[in-house]
Ligand binder design. Structure first.
Ligand code: SAH
Ligand code: SF4
Length: 354
């Protein structure tokens, strides 16, 4: 019999095995479900209120995805914590926990590497290896949640802004959200999830139909066709006009505000004409713009602008009544931008091996 991934199994599927294969009462399935999704316990030996003979048999029917934490880095200000996980076949992914204001936001990966290869992005330099399963996404959450629970704290928000393009792994991403939203499990409100995309048109429209409560963030970074073409190759497939049309449809169907992420890169996208172009692009939207200082990636020809220049860009938007925030740089000392820790770790491992 094929074993079942216990993170992805519904209560009904667990009940079927418990009753039909293990000849036990239905309530045992609830106990198992509670160990997995509330106590976050993934070693059957610790399922102490279940009989030992039963616990031993659980391995015959169920398994957990093997996510092993191989490195944790904490920023000096203690506000950013980065986890590096290895998957069972040794691939590496990153998860970042951001603790600021009174929010505890977890940033999860959705793929190993990313095939979209944005020119400024550390993840884009990696070989794309695979889509993560829903349970591999959920496990990143459970690992970080378990750490926080030791201090009586909990994750409040979840963003799909780690490694990978979530819309290239649409089904698993949605499944992971539904697992974490399930009322008998973590019960995280759909309003507290944000999916960030580089602009996949079909999936933006799909999301408008499937899930109206989730937040959508668009990685825009330039509203000049020729600039976006260079930094985000996806723009050649779905250009800024296609993107606008899809987002207007999304806005019309969901009535949601759209967040635009705009990385500030020196001498590329922060001059006056870039600001004017951005302001014009945003006109038909109920938008929020998040300005993010570029996190420099070794070997890339892009630089973080001075604080003064970033502030000037911010002020140009503010003056035009754009709803805008300038994000503080977080966790630069631990390379918190997506993919950066994995690149560093692999370099270290290579140096060790040579
Ligand atoms: N693939 C999705 C989600 C993951 S990337 C997307 O592109 O939206 C999450 C965000 O981090 C994106 O806005 C991306 O542009 C940004 N990002 C990538 N590399 C960065 C860097 N070096 N510095 C700052 N932001 C970066
Ligand atoms: Fe992929 Fe997002 Fe990085 Fe672009 S920014 S390469 S879409 S992870």
């Amino acid at each position: 019999m094929k074993k079942i991934d216990l993170i992805e199994a519904s209560l009904k599927e667990i009940e079927d095995i418990v009753v039909e294969k293990l000849n036990l009462k239905k309530y045992v399935a609830k106990q198992i479900f509670d160990f997995v999704h509330n106590k976050l316990e993934f070693d059957f030996n610790n399922y102490t209120n279940i009989k030992k003979e039963v616990r031993e048999k659980l391995n015959d029917y169920f398994y957990f995805p093997q996510l092993k934490c191989v490195n944790i880095l904490e920023s000096e200000d203690k506000e950013t914590k980065k986890f590096l996980f290895s998957l069972d076949n040794k691939m590496l992914i990153e998860t970042v926990l951001l603790l600021h204001n009174n929010r505890k936001t977890l940033c999860v990966s959705s793929q190993v590497g990313c095939p979209l290869k944005c020119d400024f992005c550390a993840t884009g330099t990696m070989k794309f290896e695979k889509n993560l399963s829903a349970s591999e996404i959920v496990m990143q959450f459970y690992y970080a949640q378990k750490e926080l629970m030791k201090n009586g704290e909990r994750i409040s928000n979840l963003v799909y802004m780690g490694m990978g393009e979530p819309f290239l792994n649409y089904n698993s991403v949605m499944k992971s959200i539904n697992i974490l939203n399930y009322e008998k499990g973590q019960n995280i409100s759909k309003r507290n999830f944000t999916i960030s995309t580089s602009g996949l048109i079909k999936e933006i429209k799909q999301l408008a139909r499937d899930e109206k409560q989730l937040h959508l963030a668009i990685s825009l970074h330039s509203t000049k066709q020729e600039v976006r073409d260079i930094i985000m190759p996806i723009n050649k497939r779905y250009d800024l006009e296609n993107l606008k049309e899809a987002l207007l449809e999304y806005q019309k169907i969901t009535n949601n505000r759209v967040t635009f992420e705009y990385i500030l890169i020196d001498e590329l996208n922060i001059d006056k004409s870039s600001a004017m172009s951005l302001i014009a692009y945003l006109k038909p939207f109920n938008a929020h713009v998040n300005l993010i200082p570029y996190n420099e990636v070794a070997g890339k020809p892009y630089n973080t602008p001075s604080s003064k220049k970033m502030k000037e860009f911010y002020n140009m938007l503010k003056t035009a009544n754009v709803n805008v925030t300038l994000r503080e740089t977080k966790g630069q000392d631990i390379k918190a931008a997506c993919g950066q820790l994995k690149v560093k770790k692999e370099k270290e491992l290579n140096e060790k091996n040579n």
